[in-house]
Design a protein around this ligand. Structure first.
Ligand code: 5GP
Ligand code: MN
Length: 323
């Protein structure tokens, strides 16, 4: 905490394709540090998705496209604990003579490398860690920072559906509403402004569904969109539909991101640990939600990942759609 009080210039860095928790946590920390009179720059390797425009109107999110970073005392990584997931920011952050802080709720593999950390794998969202930090610093959240924390909470808990939703999550959400946030408007901004092609992209994805292990495992492998077809970038809708099947315990969504590179999203409804599965392919995440970026053709990667996933089913099927 002393580091945040003593430092003057902070670069807040996030991961490739920053998600709602990552940019929400950055927004909330930027607001908190600004309230303490600090200089803050938010940098990501990719811009926030357009559905988060209500946040990008409040805070400046810079996309790092080479060049130099401003002189800073502290680099703060949010929602990641490895510089290797910062894309083109990695070498520049490594070379910077700033000290490094990590604010994250993912399982970290390997020895700690940072100067300072706020890591709690049981915390629902990185934005919720920032809420704790703001409170410890004695900073009252303003409306814009509150929007950041709320965005973190709702995107990482699947709008309070997932097992990481706990009393602190809901109590914090209630406090944020007291600050004037309107949940239905935020829901509409994030989830109800998709393109007209989205249902067709979903249908294309669903047509690739295959079950394994007596339907305990559901797998979709999606090749790159053909010309004229839209990419299915946000996979949460698809993952939700697959998880709705009673027999399904684990869901794997494999997407060909570029020729020879596939992106895995894995979700679990039971004790099955998808973080371990993703870890076998160089990825990570949480027990119930994890991902990895895997080199190889879609069919080859599919075969390897399904084989590895099936090895994890050593226990009998969970009875009756246990959560
Ligand atoms: P998603 O499937 O929504 O992309 O990611 C689910 C979770 O897995 C997130 O918490 C995310 O941080 C983690 N994750 C996704 N992709 C990767 C990856 O390539 N490497 C690592 N280490 N974690 C990932
Ligand atoms: Mn997160």
């Amino acid at each position: 905490m002393e580091a945040l009080r003593a430092g003057q210039r902070f670069v807040l860095a996030g991961h490739v394709k920053p998600d709602g928790d990552c940019i929400g946590a950055q927004a909330a920390l930027a607001g908190t540090l600004a309230a303490l009179g600090k200089q803050v720059w938010i940098y990501n390797p990719d811009p926030p998705e357009p559905q988060f425009d209500y946040l990008t109107r409040e805070f400046r999110f810079r996309t790092f496209d080479g060049g130099a970073l401003p002189e800073h005392d502290w680099t703060v990584l949010l929602d990641i604990s490895e510089l290797s997931r910062c894309g083109p920011l990695e070498p520049v952050l490594r070379a910077a003579n700033s000290r490094k802080m990590v604010i994250d709720h993912h399982v970290h593999v390997g020895p700690p490398w940072w100067d300072e950390a706020f890591v709690d794998v049981d915390c629902a969202a990185s934005g919720l860690l920032v809420r704790r930090i703001a409170r410890a610093l004695g900073v009252e959240l303003d409306r814009a920072s509150a929007l950041g924390v709320f965005t973190s909470l709702v995107t990482d808990t699947g709008w309070f559906k997932y097992s990481n939703t706990d009393a602190e999550t809901l109590a914090t959400a209630a406090e944020l509403l007291e600050l004037g946030l309107e949940p239905a408007r935020i829901y509409g901004s994030i989830y109800q402004r998709q393109s007209a092609e989205l249902p067709l992209a979903l249908a294309r994805g669903l047509s690739r569904l295959r079950y394994h292990a007596e339907r305990r495992l559901a797998v979709i492998d999606l090749p790159r969109a053909a010309p004229g077809e839209s990419e299915l970038v946000d996979s949460d809708l698809l993952l939700d539909i697959l998880r709705s099947v009673e027999a399904v315990e684990v869901v794997l969504f494999l997407r060909e991101a570029q020729a020879g590179t596939c992106k895995l999203s894995a979700r679990s409804k039971t004790d099955y640990d998808v973080q371990r599965l993703a870890g076998r392919f160089g990825g990570g995440g949480h027990r119930k939600a994890a991902g990895a970026t895997i080199q190889g053709s879609l069919s080859e990667v599919r075969e390897r990942v399904v084989a590895a996933a099936l090895e994890g089913f050593s226990t009998p099927a969970a009875s009756g759609g246990r959560a």
